[in-house]
Design a protein around this ligand. Structure first.
Ligand code: F3S
Length: 283
């Protein structure tokens, strides 16, 4: 059996940094209660471990407003500007583990909307990262998720300046397609391709491997948007592509007759799970 494991599989720099931040706070044993603003990553196994270690999740602003003490960790996805304001107002200690690449988008959106530009975020409107990015602009921020949204953009002022940014984990080719549709409308457009290179490299490597193997395994939490995208990309070039969360989901009987397997994993998949799957495939 030939197994090709993607070099880019697993935690990206930003996620590793955020997860390490939480474990560092746990190790401090300061007696302070530890909270993360939303789950630190989209991975049930890590989430369970943190829960056992006493880390609690604050789901939204309302819950944050009720908090009197403790340390709040902001995850790699980032948050709306308003969340920082609440933390300051309440004088709560917080550790900002927002990925620097996401922080950069926050600054762009804040600056461009202050300059009266209209900002278009290309991304999934229900994803926390996109909600966070939107929260750094004024009213003039729109989200485009698909072709239809891009086609629907119609502004009365043809001279309106538009700045386009992207969710960091958005599919690179889809981003280009949507930018092209918007560009044809004749507005004054500046494009900031804010797709993280970790995502692009992971997507490209996954596609390359999937094209070479008979079966492809994509490992990641079912709620992880970057894993879903990897699955989509691999499925385009390899018909036998599986999406699993852990080794338990892997049906090895379906791999019995294949001679080559590729493995990749989303940015929030711990190494331990990837190793377990790799080992199982080698048997
Ligand atoms: Fe940051 Fe890129 Fe990961 S934006 S969180 S390094 S996917």
């Amino acid at each position: 059996m030939k197994i090709i494991l993607a070099k880019t599989a697993g935690f990206c720099f930003g996620v590793k940094r955020a997860v390490d931040t939480v474990y560092q706070e746990i190790q401090k044993e300061s007696g302070e209660r530890i909270y993360t603003y939303g789950p630190i990553i989209h991975n049930e196994i890590v989430a369970r471990d943190l829960k056992e270690k006493g880390v609690e999740i604050i789901e939204d602003e309302e819950e944050l407003r009720k908090l009197e003490k403790g340390v709040v960790i902001l995850r790699s996805h980032g948050v709306e500007k308003k969340v920082y304001e609440i933390l300051e107002e309440k004088n709560l200690r917080y550790v900002d583990a927002t990925c620097p690449f996401v922080k950069r988008i926050h600054s762009i959106v804040e600056k461009e909307t202050e300059n009266e530009k209209l900002v278009i975020i290309i991304g999934n409107p229900s994803h926390p990262e996109v909600k966070g990015i939107k929260g750094w602009g004024k009213e003039n921020v729109f989200i485009v998720e698909n072709e239809q949204d891009a086609k629907n953009i119609s502004l009365s002022d043809k001279k309106q300046s538009i700045c386009i940014v992207s969710q960091t984990t958005f599919n690179h080719n889809k981003f280009k397609e949507l930018v092209e549709i918007i560009s044809k409308k004749g507005y004054d457009i500046s494009v900031c391709n804010t797709i993280c290179s970790a995502t692009k490299e992971r997507q490209e490597e996954a596609r390359d491997i999937a094209a070479k193997v008979e079966a492809m395994i994509v490992i990641g939490d079912k709620h992880s948007s970057n894993t879903q995208k990897l699955f989509e990309i691999c499925g385009e070039v390899c018909k036998t592509t599986f999406y699993i969360q852990t080794l338990d989901d892997l049906d090895t009987s379906q791999l019995r007759y294949v001679e080559s397997i590729g493995i990749t994993a989303g940015a929030s998949t711990p190494n331990k799970i990837i190793e377990e799957v790799q080992k199982e495939c080698q048997i």
